[in-house]
Design a protein around this ligand. Structure first.
Ligand SMILES: C[S@@+](CC[C@H](N)C(=O)[O-])C[C@H]1O[C@@H](n2cnc3c(N)ncnc32)[C@H](O)[C@@H]1O
Length: 213
């Protein structure tokens, strides 16, 4: 249960599971492209991008491209930056935008990691968003492989840490939350920024990590 009690958990659960046509997050769009996020988390991304001004956002899990399109809109507003996004499945009809660079392959494949590292090496501020395969071993591998690219002061966002009973989808099995537990136990140079959960309902509990420095 969150610090705000049952009301928050019930609201989050309703967002996740109900809505007019199934899970509300499955019906949300950004400039016409499906974006599989809680609108409160989208608002929080806006606050983070405005505050930290990343020049590069690396996203794992493109899906229909709505989240990449959302990040591109934010970067348009601050006047610089690119989105490098990868999905293991080639996705049709992705929204086209000059700031978005789509790749197909695994987020932990050397091909993608080498390219991500090269891109990050060319900028001063990099943010990473993990939103691909949410099973704990894969998220743990992403955390190891991509956390080092996040620059001090910027964010590593680990999405959908709400599953496996945090408080949703209790039967999911070990997921992002458990991967984060293991990652944080290793004392990485990140702080869990609980202030980013202050809009009460989030799909990313413990998932907003700010790099120290
Ligand atoms: C939750 S969806 C992403 C949602 C999207 N970021 C959004 O907010 O609209 C997860 C995506 O991760 C992709 N995926 C699964 N395993 C992957 C992997 N190993 N590497 C990259 N993408 C993967 C799936 O094909 C799927 O499109």
């Amino acid at each position: 249960m969150s610090e705000h009690g049952n009301l928050t958990d019930e609201f989050t659960s309703a967002w996740w599971a109900e809505g007019l046509r199934g899970g509300t997050w499955q019906t949300t769009t950004w400039f016409g492209a499906p974006v599989q996020k809680h609108p409160f988390d989208l608002m929080m991304f806006q606050e983070i991008v405005w505050a930290t001004r990343p020049q590069l956002i690396i996203e794992t899990g493109t899906c229909r491209g709505g989240s990449a399109r959302f990040y591109a809109t934010l970067l348009d507003s601050i006047g610089e930056g690119d989105v490098l996004t990868v999905d293991i499945t080639a996705q049709p009809d992705l929204p086209q935008h000059p700031r978005i660079h789509y790749r197909t392959g695994s987020s932990v494949a050397t091909t993608f990691l080498d390219e991500a590292e090269a891109w990050a090496g060319r900028v001063e501020r990099t943010m990473v968003v993990l939103d691909s395969d949410h099973r704990a071993p894969h998220v743990a591998a992403e955390l190891v492989a991509l956390s080092a690219l996040v620059t001090p002061g910027c964010y590593l966002v680990c999405e959908d840490s709400c599953v496996n009973g945090h408080p949703l989808a209790p039967d999911f099995g070990p997921g992002p939350h458990e991967a984060l537990d293991g990652f944080l136990a290793g004392d990485p140079p990140f702080d869990v920024d609980r202030d980013r959960e202050r809009l009460w309902s989030t799909f990313n509990p413990q998932g907003y990590l700010r790099r120290r420095g």
